[in-house]
Design a binder for this molecule. Structure first.
Ligand code: SF4
Ligand code: SF4
Ligand code: SF4
Length: 311
């Protein structure tokens, strides 16, 4: 039997789940994230976005992500709906809602997708080790040095945003848009995507001002915009906000309640606090098993000696 790290983590995960299901115990602590009072925000004007994907390219560059297989200039990418993932923290999708232009051609609406940087983020509630935190500037910040790879943030996120870097399960890394935390907190700049947008479809500023701007645009041009600001109230409000001329339901936006949804996240957290010792013991036992197995395997099947190149 070849017990590897992924297998070990799989068993450990299952047994931790089992431990959590054994029976009720009183939770020790629940940390409720506090929404910052004056965070930054970014308004996406879907009536202005032309789908050029310059924002994706800028995001890729500033985050040092690998180059995509299909170039940022290739429009074929828009033929399929995409989600942000470990190598693309933001993606732009094309939607057709049935609206026609004067030549009877379908008019596309382009939608940029990334972490919404929720005001009361479920991912933060779910993280028992504090690897995700909501910062005063609005960013939901990830600290890889604290992450234990449980991936509960992925389960808790109502927008299905956090992606997981599966390359090495023992050095886990959750990947998502950082709201360009360093650029906005240390350099006083804009997020790279907002800075590059050639048609000013992205407006960055204080969330309160962004909301005013959005309301003014809607009021001044009711023929262009629907009377809705997505993200103002959804799940307690988000730092990324959207205005549109097309119904949000037709553009892939989820119809979410206005109250924050940390319930699932907090029950996960409560469960883990209640049964913390059980999972830790199981991890220790399984860790011991894995070490013994690996040692036995090394003895039985020693690595072949490396051939020297004498040519
Ligand atoms: S850079 Fe601006 S216009 Fe281009 S796809 Fe991104 S948001 Fe839309
Ligand atoms: S969108 Fe998801 S990952 Fe981003 S802050 Fe909200 S809950 Fe967290
Ligand atoms: S804010 Fe920064 S990390 Fe987030 S999508 Fe824009 S460029 Fe990418």
């Amino acid at each position: 039997m070849n017990i590897n790290r992924r297998f070990f983590l799989g068993i450990a995960g299952t047994m931790v789940g089992g431990a959590l299901a054994v029976g009720p115990k009183k939770a020790r602590a629940v940390r409720k994230p506090k929404a910052p009072s004056d965070p930054y925000g970014c308004l996406v004007d879907l009536t202005a976005c032309v789908g050029c994907r310059k924002c994706e390219q800028a995001c890729n560059r500033v985050n040092g992500l690998p180059a995509p297989q299909i170039s940022f200039d290739d429009p074929r990418v828009l033929e399929h709906k995409r989600r942000p993932n470990a190598t693309a923290y933001t993606v732009v999708n094309r939607h057709y809602t049935g609206k026609l232009d004067e030549r009877n051609l379908l008019i596309p609406t382009f939608v940029k997708v990334q972490c919404m940087h929720c005001q009361d983020p479920a991912c933060v509630s779910a993280c028992i080790v504090g690897a995700l935190t909501k910062k005063d500037n609005g960013a939901v910040h990830y600290d890889v040095s604290k992450c234990m790879g449980c991936r509960y943030c992925m389960v808790a996120c109502p927008f299905q945003i956090p992606a997981y870097d599966y390359h090495d399960p023992l050095t886990p890394e959750v990947r998502k848009c950082s709201f360009c935390y360093d650029r906005i907190s240390k350099e006083g700049g804009k997020p790279a995507c907002a800075a590059i947008c050639p048609v000013e479809a992205l407006t960055f500023g204080k969330r309160s001002q962004i909301i005013d701007i959005a309301r003014r645009r809607i009021k001044n041009d009711p023929g262009r915009y629907l009377n809705r600001l997505y993200g103002e109230y959804e799940v307690g409000g988000t730092s990324w906000l959207y205005i549109s001329g097309e119904p949000f339901e037709k553009l892939g936006f989820l119809d979410l309640p206005s109250r924050p949804i940390p319930h699932l996240a907090e029950s996960i957290q409560q469960g883990l606090f209640s049964y913390l010792w059980a999972p830790l013991s199981l991890f220790a036992i399984l860790g011991g098993c894995m070490w013994t197995f690996n040692r036995k395997q090394t003895k039985e099947n020693p690595e072949p000696e490396r051939m020297e190149d004498n040519s």
